[in-house]
Every structure is written in C-alpha cells, then in structure tokens.
Design a protein around this ligand. Sequence first.
Ligand SMILES: NC(=O)c1ccc[n+]([C@@H]2O[C@H](COP(=O)([O-])OP(=O)(O)OC[C@H]3O[C@@H](n4cnc5c(N)ncnc54)[C@H](O)[C@@H]3O)[C@@H](O)[C@H]2O)c1
Length: 294
Amino acid sequence: MTTIAFIGLGNMGNPMAANLVKAGHTVNGFDLMPENLVVAKEHGVVVMANAVAAVKDADVVITMLPAGKHVLSVHEDIAPKAKKGALFIDSSTIDVESARKAHAIAARHGLLSVDAPVSGGTGGATAGTLTFMAGGSKDAFAKAEPILKPMAGRIVHCGDDGAGQAAKICNNMILGISMIGVAEAFVLAEKLGLSHQALFDVASTSSGQCWSLTTYCPVPGPVPTSPANNGYRPGFAAALMLKDLKLSQEAAQGAGAVTPLGAEAAQLYALFNAQGNAGADFSGIINFLRGAPA
Ligand SMILES: NC(=O)c1ccc[n+]([C@@H]2O[C@H](COP(=O)([O-])OP(=O)(O)OC[C@H]3O[C@@H](n4cnc5c(N)ncnc54)[C@H](O)[C@@H]3O)[C@@H](O)[C@H]2O)c1
C-alpha cells in the first residue's frame, strides 16, 4: 500500500481521501480549515501540521484545491520537499495554462505529474465513482491510474500535460448550460401548472434527459441526491461553477472558439453570485430564474 499526501480536504477532497483510506492506503492530509481536518480525522486521515509535513514521506501527492493560484503556490512550496520519485496528481479544476505550469514545477524537481480533474460531484466523490480526466505522459498516467481507482468509476487518459483540464473545462461548460436549461424548464412548468414530478417523469425518460435533471434536479423531490432537498447547500458551489465558466470563456477566446451559450451561462452565474449566492449550490440558480432569493 502507498503513502499518499492529500492537500485540500474540502467538499470533494474529504470524501476522496476517505476512499483512499478505505482502500488501505496511508493518507497524510492537510487543509487550511480546521473544521475540515476534524472531518478528515474521522475518516482515518492522518492530519498533518502543514502541506510540507504531509508530503515529506509520501509516494503520491494529490491536490484538490479551489483554483490555479492555490495549486501553483502549493506546488512551489511542496515540490522541493517531496520524496524523490514521488508522483503529483492535481485533481482541482483549473485553467490549462496553470496546469501546464504545475507540471513544469514538478518536472523541475524530477517528479512525474498528472492533471486529473474530476466530474461526478460530492455524491461521486463519496461513492468512489468519479470520472477522472487525465493529462500527462504515458508513464505518469500508468503510475496514477491504480491510485485513482478507489475514487473512480471511469478514468480517461485525455492526452499530454493539461489535456485533463481542457476536457474538464469543456464538460463543465455543458453542465452550466444544461443546469440553466433544466431550471428554465421547471420554472416554465410551474407557470403552466405542470407538477415537478410530472415534468421529471417525462423528461428523465425522454430526449430532455441529462445529468442536471436525473442526478441533480434543481427542484426538491424527484432526485434524492440533489442539493435542492437540502436548502441548496453545496454540493458544487455557485462560485466554483462561475469559476469554471470563466475558464471556458477565457479558453474559448484564446482558441477562437464560438461559445455563445457558454458566455450567456457565465453571465447568468455572475449575476447569481453577485446577489449573494456564491456559497449556495449552483442548482439554486432556479430561484434566480423565478426572481426569488435562493
Ligand atoms: N464540489 C464539486 O462538486 C466539484 C466537482 C468537481 C470538481 N470540483 C473542483 O474541485 C476543486 C475543489 O472543490 P471543492 O468543492 O472540494 O472546494 P472546497 O472549497 O470545498 O475545498 C477546497 C479546499 O482547499 C483548501 N485550501 C485552499 N488553499 C489551501 C492551501 N494552500 N493549503 C491547504 N488547503 C487549502 C480550502 O480550505 C478548502 O477546504 C475545485 O477546483 C472545484 O472546482 C468540485
């Protein structure tokens, strides 16, 4: 079994680390928020005083942090202190350029690295059924794959350094657009006097079917896994959805891709966030579309 450092034990990191412990690995964890460390300890994670202490004896280092700036600053701190031959896996969702910089920091210290962002939400993190989209060399991917397995339903090697983040940014542009589409349909159904359950029963078995409907339905009731049943507590915070939509817009501008619905989704989530909903689940945008507070 492997000694794994896990840096970033938030909504996603904590259940992911718990699955690594269950698989028999020793997990040395660190997070800036003490309350997240309390949860990690309950899962069997060995809580460390800081990130450098966590990586000291680790063969594999996993980061699950909010954004590119956090990943790069943590990489600068820990890469020089990592064990010789250690493998770095970054599962945060960040921009492709920062992902490539993180690979470069690892390479500078003779470390293999993989960008391996995930899809599947906190439910997938808890169940160990996340989809990992990985970027990096064949050697790095071959080493990362067995480590990712206890957290994964599917692992796809998307290409070289940064390819995992490119796949993630494209996937989440679909997610942001589809959540708004599903939310709009439920608001229209309400105005037409159609029950939530009736729309769900039809759309979930028809051509309107998608993850935003069947796993994360934005109204309470039809889907037990939806944060709508839980006062729209995250889950996946609206601030993170806005971050991902901005990443796809920046990437689209840089690459010259035409993404008008992605741009509109970014605008709507910017408004939703600006109204004080940054900490709410992103499915709460249905309340914004109703013209009511989330
Ligand atoms: N929540 C989801 O459903 C979901 C799904 C897929 C991908 N993601 C992505 O995964 C990443 C993490 O998401 P999350 O929902 O777990 O976010 P989160 O905010 O719950 O967790 C991030 C954690 O990183 C910690 N952190 C920040 N800087 C740190 C540092 N320097 N050292 C140690 N810890 C530090 C924070 O304290 C926090 O606990 C994000 O990039 C997000 O976009 C989230």
